[in-house]
Design a protein around this ligand. Sequence first.
Ligand SMILES: Nc1ncnc2c1ncn2[C@@H]1O[C@H](COP(=O)(O)OP(=O)(O)OP(=O)(O)O)[C@@H](O)[C@H]1O
Length: 231
Amino acid sequence: MSDQPLIQVEHLAMAFGTRKLFTDLSFTLKQGDFFCLLGANGTGKTTIIKLLLQQLHPTAGTISFNERLKSAADIGYVPQFRNLSGDYPLSIKNFISLKLCNSFTPWLSQREKQAVTKALQQTGLTAKQNQRLGTSSGGEKQRAYLAQAILNQPQLLILDEPTASLDQDAKYEVLETVQHLNQVSGMTIIFISHDWPLVKKFGQHFLELRAGSYISGSTTELQLKKEDENV
Ligand SMILES: Nc1ncnc2c1ncn2[C@@H]1O[C@H](COP(=O)(O)OP(=O)(O)OP(=O)(O)O)[C@@H](O)[C@H]1O
């Protein structure tokens, strides 16, 4: 595993018009890290992700990428949980395969089938692959989105509040799968969340945006508030 950072952010500043979100933001994302991005609504978490994906340009500062991140295929993205209605007709396996619809042929190649089989294994969905996604549990549905995001075996997996609106058991189900992808498959994780106990339990490093400033460190240093501790 290379010691060179996967992403190095130096003295980053971002403003929309006269609204400054942050200035002089610096952090390093190492290969294999489980990095958590925290902050109240509107502090700029999604903006940081858009800057990392080069969909926005910073007002100042630089973002340097390791050569392991060569193309968009090296980055997987899982959005906030979107529930599907009970009558959604596709099986878990066919839903995961939807991401391969750009192929030239209407059927899956041997290589594509292997990619789906691997993603099913990595997300613990092999035994459930023929189950209808619509009737699956919240945790299974989100693991199916996760499986879609890792079909290309990305170097970096970005999860944008993937467990918001899931119940406690489903949150753990999803985060244990993400932890497995991090520890066994070596994927580097950026996990955006408002859920401090989850961050403390599963994350390694954190960065918390506060209005105009930020703090960062190891998740072992995170102090949970009283109301969080019993969650
Ligand atoms: N393209 C844009 N143009 C102008 N303002 C924007 C743009 N994108 C985001 N903003 C503003 O920047 C601020 C930060 O937005 P961002 O979505 O990054 O916050 P966030 O921390 O992800 O919030 P949330 O937790 O609610 O998702 C918000 O006030 C938002 O309205």
